[in-house]
Design a protein around this ligand. Structure first.
Ligand code: FAD
Ligand code: EPU
Length: 357
C-alpha cells in the first residue's frame, strides 16, 4: 500500500499494510494482532520515506478534546492523539486560554507533538504538558502507560519517545495545562518581537500572539499543500563557548543565541553560507526564504531528498567542521545512520549511544 498521501513530502513508498485507528480499543486490538511494534504515523509532516517499509503502518486518528480539571487560573485538557494540533491551538485561543498560542500553525497531530517536543517562537509543548498516555510494548505485550512531564525527559527536539521508548510507545492522548486569565506570555523571540514592534503593540494578548505567529509563519514557511516539505529538515546546532569564539572570530555576521550555557547557531545560516539557500537540483531544493527547509518540486522518490540532505551536511561539515543532524525522521530507520556513512560524516556521539538502547 502506497504511503504517498500520508506524508507531506509527497514521496512514494510501500508498506505491507496500513491501518487507521480511531480509538484506544481499536489500537489495542490492532496491536494485539500485529504483535511487534508497527510504524506509527500522524499526518506524516516530520518524516522522509527513503524506501519501502518492512513493517505495517498504524495511522493514529483517535479524536476527542475534553476538559478534565478546572481551577481558578488553570484548565487541564485531554486531547486525543489524532486531533489536529493547529485546530486545537485555534480552539484554545478562541476560549481565551493561554499557553499554546506561540505553537500555532505547526502541522501534524497532537499525539506527535511530544515525540520531538514541538517548539516555535520561544515555546515548547513541554512548557504546558502534564502527561502523555498510551500503549507501551514491554517486549511481550502491550500495556497502558502514563508518563508525567518529568518522565518524558524533554529537551530541544527530543524526548524519551525518541530514545528509550523509541518505536515501542504509541501515544493515545496528551493532557495539557493552560491558563484562563493570568497568562505567562512569551514575546521574546526575535521575529515575534519585531512583528509586534512594527505594529506598535506593547501589550499583546493571547489572540494577538496567535495572529502574529500565523502571519510570520505564512510569510516564512512553505505550505506543504503547495510545495511539499517537512518543516526544518535539520536541527539547529548547539556549540560550546570555545567553538562559538572560534566561529565568531571567522564570521563576524554569525547569528548566535545564548541558551542554557551553550550557544545556538542557526543551521539555516550555515546552509545559506554554503550557498544552498534557494538552490534547486532537478526536482528538489531548499526554500528560497528559509534554507533549513528542503522542498520537493515533484519527485516521487525520497532518495532525491535524502541525497540533497547528505550533500548539504557534507558541505557544512567541510566548511565549519559542524555536523548537522536531521530533525526529520528518516524511514526505514537504518537510513538515518547510513546518511552519515554515505557522506563520510562522523555520527554524533548521542546517536551512537541511542543505537545501543
Ligand atoms: P508524523 O510526521 O506522522 O510522525 C513524526 C514522528 O512521530 C514519527 O517518528 C512517528 O512515528 C511519531 N508519531 C506520530 N504520532 C505518534 C503517536 N501517536 N504515537 C507515537 N509516535 C507517533 N515542528 C516543530 O517542532 N516546530 C515547528 O515550528 C514546525 N514547523 C513545521 C512547519 C512545516 C511547514 C512542517 C511541514 C512541519 C513543521 N514541524 C515543526 C514538524 C512537524 O509539524 C511536527 O514534528 C509534528 O509534531 C509532526 O506531527 P505528525 O502528526 O505529522 O507526525
Ligand atoms: N537563518 C539564516 N538563513 C536562513 C534561515 C535562517 O541566516 O535561510 C538564520 C537567521 O539569522 C535567523 C535565524 O536563522 O535569525 C533563525 O531563523 P528562524 O527564526 O526562521 O528559525 P529557525 O532557527 O530557522 C526554528 C525551528 C522552527 C521554528 C522556528 C521559530 C528548528 C530546527 N527549527 O527555525 O521549527 O518554527 O525556529 O521558532 O529548531 C521545525 O522544527 O520544523 C520548524 C519549522
Amino acid at each position: 500500500m502506497d504511503l504517498q498521501r500520508y506524508n507531506t513530502f509527497r514521496v512514494r513508498a510501500q508498506a505491507p499494510s496500513i491501518r487507521v485507528i480511531h480509538s484506544v480499543e481499536e489500537a489495542n486490538s490492532a496491536l494485539h494482532q500485529l504483535g511487534a511494534p508497527p510504524y506509527v504515523l500522524g499526518e506524516g509532516s516530520n518524516i522522509l520515506l527513503v524506501d519501502d517499509l518492512d513493517r505495517p503502518v498504524l495511522i493514529n486518528r483517535i479524536k476527542g478534546i475534553r476538559v478534565v480539571n478546572e481551577q481558578d487560573n488553570t484548565v487541564d485538557i485531554e486531547i486525543g492523539a489524532g486531533e489536529s494540533w493547529h485546530a486545537f491551538v485555534q480552539w484554545a485561543v478562541e476560549q481565551g486560554w493561554g499557553g499554546v498560542e506561540n505553537l500555532a500553525l505547526i502541522p501534524g497531530t497532537a499525539g506527535a507533538a511530544p515525540i520531538q517536543n514541538i517548539g516555535a517562537y520561544g515555546r515548547e509543548i513541554a512548557d504546558v504538558l502534564l502527561r502523555v498516555s498510551g500503549l507501551y510494548f514491554n517486549g511481550r505485550r502491550w500495556e497502558w502507560l502514563q508518563l508525567d512531564r518529568q518522565q518524558c525527559r524533554f529537551g530541544y527536539r527530543t524526548s524519551i519517545f525518541k530514545q528509550e521508548l523509541r518505536e515501542n510507545f504509541i501515544v493515545c492522548g496528551i493532557t495539557l495545562r493552560l491558563t484562563r486569565h493570568h497568562h505567562d506570555l512569551c514575546v521574546s523571540y526575535w521575529s515575534l518581537k519585531k512583528w509586534l514592534e512594527q505594529r506598535d503593540i506593547p501589550n499583546p494578548n493571547v489572540q494577538t500572539i496567535f495572529r502574529a505567529v500565523v502571519d510570520i509563519r505564512r510569510q516564512r514557511l512553505p505550505d506543504p499543500e503547495v510545495l511539499p516539505n517537512a518543516g526544518s529538515f535539520f536541527k539547529n546546532v548547539f556549540v560550546t563557548e570555545e567553538q562559538f569564539q572560534r566561529l565568531k572570530g571567522q564570521y563576524e555576521d554569525l547569528p548566535v543565541f545564548a541558551q542554557g550555557g551553550m550557544y545556538k547557531v542557526p543551521s539555516g545560516w550555515l546552509i545559506e553560507k554554503c550557498g544552498w539557500k534557494g538552490k534547486r537540483l532537478n526536482d528538489v531544493g531548499t526554500y528560497a526564504r528559509q534554507a533549513l527547509i528542503l522542498v520537493n518540486y515533484g519527485t516521487p522518490n525520497g532518495r532525491d531528498i535524502y541525497h540533497l540532505a547528505g550533500r548539504i551536511m557534507r558541505d557544512v561539515y567541510d566548511r565549519f567542521g559542524i555536523v548537522l543532524e536531521p530533525e526529520v525522521q528518516i524511514w526505514p530507520h537504518h537510513y538515518r545512520d547510513n546518511l552519515y556513512q554515505e557522506y563520510a560524516i562522523p555520527l554524533p556521539a548521542h546517536r551512537a549511544r541511542e543505537n545501543q538502547l
